[in-house]
Design a protein around this ligand. Structure first.
Ligand code: GLP
Length: 263
């Protein structure tokens, strides 16, 4: 894991956007993994700025969303399909139909989960997946207690996640759906690279468990310890409970010095 402690949300956004920009420069038809939640929004803002400055294009790329609520009416502003369209996809140059998400309105959600998994595999797999993290350590909607080897599946949301997400539903937990479709931890683990962004003190426990805890179903994000190309971008507050903070800083500086020696 590559742990990078940065001093501001802007720096985190630029560092994550660099990964997308560099990937698309090398591979314009890359398969991108997109996430919702508020944490990645500054990254999307930075990518939109770079698109407008003609520094990056998404026209040949495809993308897969991590997850979706089950049962929100089609077009509901808080469905993840609408959210990602509003904050990112409609503001850059993805081709029509290039951005995929699980079908939260399918009459058979479990079948929709299997079909979504197959579609990701058929695309050749995600090249770069961005992730946020829930306060309880979930990634996508993989709640604590699930299989570390899961593929795309239906999931019952925890009370904690519904409380956390009520802010998008007039502060009313009763409006937050109870079920969702989510890429599984194995699906996410197959992405060639992942970048997780976390800001704020409320993420400090989850970040500590992700980076330094035992790999455990209790903290689903900890499975990323098995990923061989995972970058964790955090601000000081989110990093505040990491025991090896000083080493991560030194390691990051050292890696940059080593990279400078490459051709
Ligand atoms: C939701 C999403 C996750 C996201 C999490 C944290 O549960 N399904 O993908 O990581 O919220 O969201 P935020 O970044 O708003 O704290």
């Amino acid at each position: 894991m590559n742990i990078v402690i940065l001093s501001s949300t802007e720096e985190i956004a630029k560092a994550a956007a660099d990964l997308y920009t560099n990937l698309l420069a090398d591979k314009p038809n890359a398969v991108l993994g997109l996430a919702t939640g508020s944490s990645p929004v500054p990254v999307y803002d930075e990518l939109i700025r770079r698109y407008e400055a003609e520094e990056v294009s998404f026209k040949d790329a495809t993308a897969f969303l991590l997850d979706e609520y089950v049962g929100l009416p089609k077009g509901h502003p808080e469905s993840y399909a609408e959210f990602i369209k509003r904050v990112f996809v409609s503001k850059v140059d993805f081709s029509d139909g290039a951005v995929n998400g699980p079908d939260g309105n399918a009459s058979n959600p479990k079948k929709a989960a299997d079909e979504y998994e197959e579609k990701i595999v058929a695309s050749g797999g995600v090249d770069l997946q961005i992730l946020g993290i829930g306060t309880d350590g979930h990634i996508a909607f993989n709640e604590p207690g699930g299989s570390l080897a899961s593929t795309t599946h239906t999931q019952v949301l925890t009370e904690q996640t519904r409380v956390d997400n009520a802010r998008f539903f007039d502060g009313d937990i009763n409006q937050v759906p109870r079920f969702c479709l989510t890429q599984g931890l194995a699906t996410i683990g197959r992405a060639k690279s992942v970048v997780l962004v976390a800001q704020g003190e409320q993420k400090a426990d989850a970040v500590a468990a992700l980076v330094e805890g035992g790999v455990s179903a209790l903290w689903p994000a900890s499975v990323l310890q098995f990923h061989n190309d995972a970058t964790i971008l955090v601000d000081e507050a989110a990093a505040s409970k990491l025991k090896l903070k000083d080493y991560y800083r030194a390691a990051y500086e050292g890696e940059q010095a080593l990279s400078a020696l490459e051709d």
